[in-house]
Design a protein around this ligand. Sequence first.
Ligand SMILES: [Zn+2]
Ligand SMILES: [Zn+2]
Length: 146
Amino acid sequence: MAGRLSSDDLADALRLNGLRVTPQRLVIHRVLGEIGGHATADQVLERVEALLPNVSLPTVYATLALFERLGAVHRVSAPGDRAVYDTRTDPHHHVYCRVCGGVVDLDAPVDLSPAVDAANESGFGAEWVEVTLTGVCRSCAGADAN
Ligand SMILES: [Zn+2]
Ligand SMILES: [Zn+2]
């Protein structure tokens, strides 16, 4: 399952927290997965609008923030002025394109244990370790060359 929640898992998490399982919540979660797991609220809204009437950007933001609290999505540590949400919730790394803002999983082993050990020794309780490489993706690099 690679750290992704199914719709049933999401419904369970909502119920466990005393929250209603609404079509809106399920559709927003599904759409985020369909986009490929890394999307901004605007990108989610673009797709959700076609499926559900009366969905606004603040609703999408609030729903994504709720999912984050439930552990159903992870907010990627990427630069840029818009939050990027990920349906994959196990710790993993990303590359971030500073031109198009695209975020893609980086599946490479990165040994950050010296950093975690140093933080823990200083009394800091590390909970999440994530590396984001910033640069230019292949398609943006190609566009630059022309
Ligand atoms: Zn790019
Ligand atoms: Zn990811």
